[in-house]
Design a protein around this ligand. Sequence first.
Ligand code: ZN
Ligand code: ZN
Length: 173
Amino acid sequence: MSTSTPPTPASSLKPASIQTQPEEVHRLFSVYLKERGLRQTAERFAILDEIYAEAGHFDADELFIRLKEKRIRVSRATVYNTLELLLDCDLVVKHQFGKAQAKYERAYAYWQHDHLICVDCGEVLEFCDPRLHRIKETLAEIFQFAITHHALHMYGHCQREACPNRDKADAEA
Ligand SMILES: [Zn+2]
Ligand SMILES: [Zn+2]
């Protein structure tokens, strides 16, 4: 790998294996539920499918609304409960972007990426920078530390003209 590879916006690179994932994530979730003696309900798998149907970040209520719009009947409690299970088996990751409600994101087979967060409009951009991998390797060696995961959030002001929370006076000028 070249040492000068620039960071890549993650959204511009879609994983090619997206079609083959539903069965694999079903299998992993099914094994997880079985091992814990939990019921493999249709609702739990419907929630999993909805999470994997779309890229991006969502909170528990947004997911509940998405399911409702698709006429998938699940209770809010089931959504919350299933998210906790999916977090526990690493099929979903949870992010705390600033003070906003915690956001979730599908995790299986989606590559590691980090986030830029606009403090005005809450827009979250994703990027992948291979240099972080080398930083991790160096840290692991210096501190004799087995790094399992990391979170890197960059906060600031997006420069989009349409950033909705920017000063109204600014936007109308
Ligand atoms: Zn913004
Ligand atoms: Zn993300």
